[in-house]
Ligand binder design. Structure first.
Ligand code: ADP
Ligand code: TRP
Length: 330
């Protein structure tokens, strides 16, 4: 029997999850739990780069767990856990950091992007890709399904794994293949920039009622008059409609844009209905799960235990090879 591939991915619990996260990442994670030995985690150490409020971080973490479970992640089929339950990750990140030239981090586009958009330029944010590399390498991962925006971080990870192996022994870390989720364009936010928790431009997966309507109605459009023909391909509302509607419906709406007499208000109402329908079942499931907070704890405890065991197997030979003195074993 061939060994199953280890699939690994993480998501930051640094705010409510949005439809960009869903189409760019979560949907693939849920699909891929069927295809290999999948490890999915809440990147809460990473969230500390932008969230400095303990209560809030805990709340976001629980929310993300509920979101994933409601959307179909099955803890029987994958290992679902919190990054902070695997301290070996931080340990490996330090060692990798000592092999990382500052100039490599200075090329980080995601850091530049984040500070250009108002995030606090702390050292955690600057060295974020090193911790991400440790997340991946500590499980000897084969495949890392992430959105296009994470491509550079995966390249940095491969680069750092090579550096550690060259310095200390070629078998210590496995170099993962990158697995960029194709055919998902970056989902635009309501202001047209990349939808992101950090930019206050999101539509949350589980928003509902008035709050959801308000967000959808706030999507920025140009000022073409209602009766004028419009170009669907340059419209943020249409970019979102395409994600939810089937091909036939998408073509029909594109036709209405081009014909004129169809306003952005109409398109927004269409989108609102589509979002409500698409997540209706998951929304009900989430409400059920919310009633049982112990279940979330149980899932994370079990997942954390499995992840820690795997991480320790990878970490132990690295401690030895790097000459780090240890008077105890876990
Ligand atoms: P955010 O930018 O909201 O903080 P994260 O950086 O935590 O989101 O991203 C979590 C996952 O969701 C990543 O794999 C990322 O590629 C994906 N993702 C985030 N925003 C988008 C988007 N607007 N379009 C497509 N995928 C996205
Ligand atoms: N940087 C990722 C993001 O913003 C989250 C993440 C942290 C991650 N560590 C990871 C993704 C390891 C994949 C693998 O989405």
């Amino acid at each position: 029997m061939t060994k199953q591939k280890t699939i690994l991915s993480g998501i930051q619990p640094s705010g409510k999850l949005h439809i960009g996260n869903f189409f760019g990442a979560m949907r693939q994670h849920i699909r891929m739990q069927e295809e290999g030995d999948a490890f999915y985690f809440l990147a809460n150490y990473h969230s500390l780069t932008s969230v400095n409020n303990g209560e809030l971080l805990e709340e976001y973490t629980r929310d993300v767990v509920l979101d994933y479970l409601a959307l179909g992640l099955d803890p029987e089929k994958c290992t679902f856990f919190a990054q902070s339950d695997v301290p070996q990750t931080a340990e490996l990140a330090w060692i990798l950091g000592c092999l990382t030239p500052v100039s490599l981090m200075e090329k980080g586009v995601s850091y530049k992007d984040k500070i250009a958009n108002g995030l606090n330029p702390n050292i955690g944010l600057f060295t974020y890709p090193i911790l991400q590399a440790a997340d991946i390498l500590i499980y000897h991962s084969d495949l890392v399904p992430v959105g296009e925006d994470q491509k550079q971080n995966i390249e940095i990870c491969r680069d750092l794994a090579g550096k550690l192996n060259r310095a200390y022994g070629s078998e210590l870390l496995k170099i993962p293949e990158d697995y960029i989720v194709k055919n998902v364009a970056t989902v635009p936010g309501i202001d047209g920039r990349k939808m992101s928790k950090s930019y206050d431009n999101t539509i949350n997966i589980f928003a509902e009622g008035k709050a959801l309507k308000k967000r959808v109605m706030a999507i920025e459009t140009d000022s073409t008059a209602l009766e004028e023909p419009k170009d669907p391909d340059s419209c943020n509302v249409f970019a979102l409609i395409k994600l939810f509607a089937d091909k036939e419906n998408t073509d029909e709406i594109a036709g209405k844009y081009r014909a004129g007499g169809y306003g952005y208000g109409h398109a927004k109402k269409e989108l609102l209905g589509l979002i409500e329908g698409y997540f209706a079942e998951a929304r009900d499931r989430r409400k059920e799960l919310e009633k049982n907070p112990d279940y979330v704890n149980d899932v994370l405890r079990e997942g954390g235990k499995k992840a820690r065991e795997r991480a320790e197997q990878v970490m132990e030979p690295i401690r030895e090879a790097t000459g780090l003195f240890r008077s105890f074993k876990y």
